[in-house]
Design a protein around this ligand. Sequence first.
Ligand code: PHE
Length: 339
Amino acid sequence: MKEKISNHLSEIQDFKAESIEKIEAFRIKYLGSKGLLKQLFSEFKEIDPSLKKEIGQSLNNLRNAANDKINELKDALDNNLSEKKVYGDLTRPGESIELGARHPISIVKNQIIEVFSRIGFTVSEGPEIEDDWHNFTALNLPEYHPARDMQDTFFIETDPDILLRTHTSSVQVRYMESHKPPIRTISPGRVFRNEDISARSHCIFHQIEGLYIDTDVSFADLKQTLLYFTKEMFGKSKIRLRPSYFPFTEPSAEVDIYWGLETETDYKITKGTGWLEIMGCGMVDPNVLKNADIDPEKYTGYAFGMGIERIAMLLYQIPDIRMFYENDIRFLEQFKSEI
Ligand code: PHE
């Protein structure tokens, strides 16, 4: 009996199988209800009691060895299968990975931020849902001021104090309230105006507004900054300032750049004049500084603001503002090569 057991043990230890069927046949042979172990255990009942302890132990060993072998073979088989799943058919042609594209609004926004950060401007952000103070009153637009009509406003429910910001000048108010001069910041963000949607205007669009406050800031500094910006952004160095009106700046101006009249598109986008309006600007009104607890006797500042869509439309010759919001993949895919 001892010899039989040790023969079976080495048989079990040497056994190899690469298929589940062979492993199952092995299991039946040793551990099945009519298997070898069953047989050996019934023979065990007949043996001399003095040998029982030793033989019982080696029988248990044999059964454990069979169980271990089965588990080991099954594990190896599983690993083999999952390796195959991972690697698949190595001769298949590769699948191409689709590259995403940044939205043109983000591309242009990042470019503008980059240009201004090179001359020391930080980026500031604020809430899209604003209160009357930050969007209007602090900006020298008290209640019933006629200039409030310049920006048709969406109010939140019936509360006239809570609204969707109509410009990111509101962020500049917040920034002035929480920082001491010198201040040099640009505020990019989404703004909302209750306007009819057309090829040229939308009720949701994006702005970047800039604010610079320090001692002795003059209109000449503003002009120089604008010139630097238009050169860096458009490669054009001819700008003109037209007198304009904004309640929060005095004096105020609108900035045109000379785009040129070389192509038919130039004629179209500049309406035959060669000039294009790109932003509003001016010297911060002393009342605005006072509202933010900044002493207008000591500090002066300039501010400017532009629409990102408008700049993106110019740079990429996009004819209709609505294209930015439709998320048509054929439109968006064209910006893949941009940063
Ligand atoms: N806030 C103005 C607008 O939305 C733009 C602007 C900003 C003008 C700063 C002058 C100075 O139209």
